[in-house]
Design a binder for this molecule. Structure first.
Ligand code: SF4
Length: 354
């Protein structure tokens, strides 16, 4: 496999047990030139997470660093928005660097990928959890018949699949679970995933936003046009493909830009993709601590994201002090977006808007 510019790994911090595991050895085999540094815990790497001098090397750290750890707590949480359940992640962190990403909020001053190597325990946990649910008794907005498990809450699984076979193992697990479905959002087109034979049991949610916004905010992701162009291929390969209209960032001219994006989708997707498509609409949520970190490496993005005149503080479900568009601003924007959808992409059903 030729080296991918997203990951030129020079250093791997690893818990000893993760290092010795088959999955850990697989990761090291993919990055044989990386120096290995043993650490007692994947959460306790002060030179990474507690080092504020790393902020201006934010992107370089995500490119050159990996962490290997053993995931301790295996808990599946109820959700009800993107998915019925949030599965215990097979990783956290990301080699991309979207300016609004909430993943680094818990990771201090650096956000490299941490790969969890105990994948067999994660897949066994999920099989047990799915079995306990039985058959879904009635449709909900997540899915008419399958229990949907988000497998990528704190990472981008398309990039994780470059690092190890964890994603392939999860796709294979759900292929054998007729009452459930895996789901993950992504901003990266990894065509290796086309070979995994998901048999309809994995839903990929390609996140899209107007390209002018993405060029500032979606740092290192696949271009929006490439994501749109990939949809038909992923549907043909056996994935269910939904779209995340996310995040919606309010700025001068946003309505025109989103109308153009919806026309791009209408032109770019074939009949099979449109027939199965659905969308989540997610208005931007930001966070004061992340704002401070971002000012250190991407102040241009912060001028788009940090709009106190339109935003208000709100405590999130997980206890974070977030910043969201004010209620009336958000409602008006969602109404506008629904109107644009009705005109430019009437085939695109909105699963939920948030
Ligand atoms: S692709 Fe997702 S996980 Fe990665 S930086 Fe962007 S928002 Fe975060």
């Amino acid at each position: 496999m030729p080296p991918n510019p997203l990951l030129r790994v020079r250093r791997v911090y690893a818990e000893p047990a993760a290092l010795e595991s088959p999955r850990g050895r697989q990761v090291l085999g993919r990055f044989p030139d990386a120096a290995v540094v043993e650490v007692p815990s994947h959460w306790q790497i002060p030179e990474l997470h507690g080092n504020d001098e790393l902020v201006d090397r934010w992107v370089r750290v995500t490119t050159e660093t990996l962490v290997l750890g053993v995931r301790k707590g295996l808990v599946t949480r109820p959700n009800g928005r993107s998915a019925d359940f949030i599965a215990p992640g097979l990783s956290n962190g990301c080699a991309m660097a979207c300016a609004y990403c909430y993943v680094p909020r818990r990771k201090g001053f650096a956000n490299p990928i941490t790969v969890f190597t105990n994948i067999e325990q994660i897949t066994a946990h999920l099989r047990r959890h799915v079995a306990r649910q039985g058959v879904k008794p009635e449709p909900d907005q997540c899915d008419p018949s399958a229990w949907v498990y988000d497998i990528g809450e704190n990472s981008d699984c398309s990039v994780d699949a470059l690092v190890s076979d964890n994603v392939a193992d999860l796709v294979a697990t759900f292929r054998g679970l007729p009452t459930a479905k895996a789901s993950f959002a992504t901003k990266y087109v990894n065509r290796q995933l086309l070979d995994l034979d998901p048999a309809g049991r994995t839903r990929i949610r390609f996140s899209v936003m107007p390209d002018d916004d993405a060029r500032v905010l979606d740092v290192r992701t696949s271009r929006v046009a490439e994501r749109i162009a990939a949809v038909d291929d992923f549907v043909a390969a056996g994935y269910e493909v939904h779209l995340n209209l996310s995040p919606v960032v309010l700025r001068d001219g946003w309505e025109t830009a989103w109308a153009e994006l919806l026309r791009q989708l209408d032109d770019g997707l074939g009949p099979a993709a449109k027939a199965q498509a659905a969308a989540e609409v997610i208005m931007l949520t930001h966070n004061e601590a992340l704002h401070e970190v971002n000012l250190g490496w991407h102040p241009t993005a912060e001028r788009m994201l940090w709009r106190p005149e339109l935003q208000e503080a709100k405590r999130s479900q997980n206890g974070q002090d977030n910043v969201r568009y004010r209620g009336a601003v958000k409602r008006a924007a969602l109404d506008t977006l629904r109107g644009l959808l009705a005109v430019h992409a009437p085939w695109l059903r909105v699963r939920y808007a948030f």
